[in-house]
Design a protein around this ligand. Structure first.
Ligand SMILES: C[S@@+](CC[C@H](N)C(=O)[O-])C[C@H]1O[C@@H](n2cnc3c(N)ncnc32)[C@H](O)[C@@H]1O
Length: 224
C-alpha cells in the first residue's frame, strides 16, 4: 500500500491486549462485514448503493461510538478502520448483535487505505475521535493531523466534504487548528460537542482525569 508519511512512521503504536471470546468469534463469523486491505480502488456504490453518502472513521477503538452513530443514521454508509484486532472483533460483534447493516470494517492503516483504495472525491466525511496524541515533540511526526494527511484527505472528500475530530489533548487541538489554518482548502474550527457523538471509555477517562475535550469541524471550502 502507498506510504503517506515518511517510511517507518506510523500514527499508531502496536498494542497487545486481550481479545474477548465474543470478539474472536465475530472475527470468524462476520467476515461479510470485513473489507480486506488491497491495492485496488473500492467501488463504494457497489457496497452501499448509489447516492448513499459514505463516511470513513479512522481509529474506532472498541467501536462503541461507531456502532451507536451508525444505528442512528442508517442512510449513511460507514467505513470504519482500525489496526487493533481486538477492537475490530469487538466492533464486528456489536454490529452483528444489534443488526446494524450500514457499516463495513477494515483492519488496516487508514492512511494506506485512503491513499490506495479510496477514489478521489468520493467520501462525504471523515471522523477521527481521540487520535493518539503523541505528546512528545519528537513524536509529533506520528500525529494523524499533519499537512501531508490534510492534503490526502482533501483529495478524497467530495467538494463539500468535512472532517470531524475530537481530542482531549489541548496542545494537540491547538496544533490541529494551526495545521488546518495553514491549508487554504479548509475552513472551520471548534464546535460545541455534538449530541450524536457518544462518550467513549477513552473520553470518559480523559474527563475523569480533568482534561477538557475539543470537537473540531472542518469543511472543504467551496471552489469558486
Ligand atoms: C486513542 S484511541 C481512540 C479510539 C476511539 N476513537 C475512542 O474514542 O475510544 C486511537 C485509535 O486509533 C487507532 N489508529 C491510530 N492510527 C491509525 C491508523 N493510521 N489507521 C487505523 N487506526 C489507527 C488506534 O489503533 C486506536 O484504536
Amino acid at each position: 500500500m502507498t506510504g503517506v508519511l515518511r517510511p517507518g512512521i506510523r500514527t499508531f503504536k502496536p498494542r497487545r491486549s486481550r481479545i474477548t471470546a465474543r470478539a474472536e468469534r465475530a472475527l470468524l463469523e462476520q467476515e461479510r462485514l470485513l473489507i480486506p486491505a488491497s491495492d485496488d480502488l473500492l467501488d463504494l456504490a457497489s457496497i452501499w448503493g448509489t447516492d448513499v453518502p459514505v463516511v470513513m472513521e479512522i481509529g474506532f477503538g472498541d467501536g462503541r461510538a461507531t456502532a451507536a452513530m451508525a444505528a442512528s443514521d442508517p442512510g449513511t454508509g460507514i467505513l470504519a478502520i482500525d489496526v487493533h484486532t481486538p477492537g475490530v472483533g469487538e466492533l464486528l460483534w456489536r454490529l452483528a448483535d444489534a443488526g446494524i447493516g450500514n457499516v463495513r470494517v477494515m483492519e488496516a492503516d487508514a492512511l494506506g487505505v485512503l491513499a490506495g483504495m479510496i477514489p478521489a472525491a468520493s467520501l462525504s466525511g471523515l471522523r477521527t475521535y481521540f487520535p493518539d496524541p503523541w505528546p512528545k515533540a519528537r513524536h509529533h511526526k506520528r500525529r494523524i493531523v499533519q499537512p501531508a494527511v490534510l492534503d490526502l484527505v482533501a483529495t478524497r472528500l467530495q467538494t463539500d466534504g468535512w472532517w470531524h475530530l475530537a481530542t482531549d489533548w489541548a496542545e494537540y487541538a491547538d496544533s490541529m487548528r494551526a495545521c488546518f489554518a495553514e491549508d487554504p482548502r479548509w475552513e472551520g474550527g471548534p464546535i460545541p460537542r455534538p449530541e450524536n457523538r457518544p462518550v467513549t471509555r477513552y473520553e470518559r477517562r480523559a474527563l475523569n482525569e480533568g482534561r477538557g475535550v475539543t470537537d473540531l469541524l472542518y469543511r472543504l471550502r467551496p471552489v469558486v
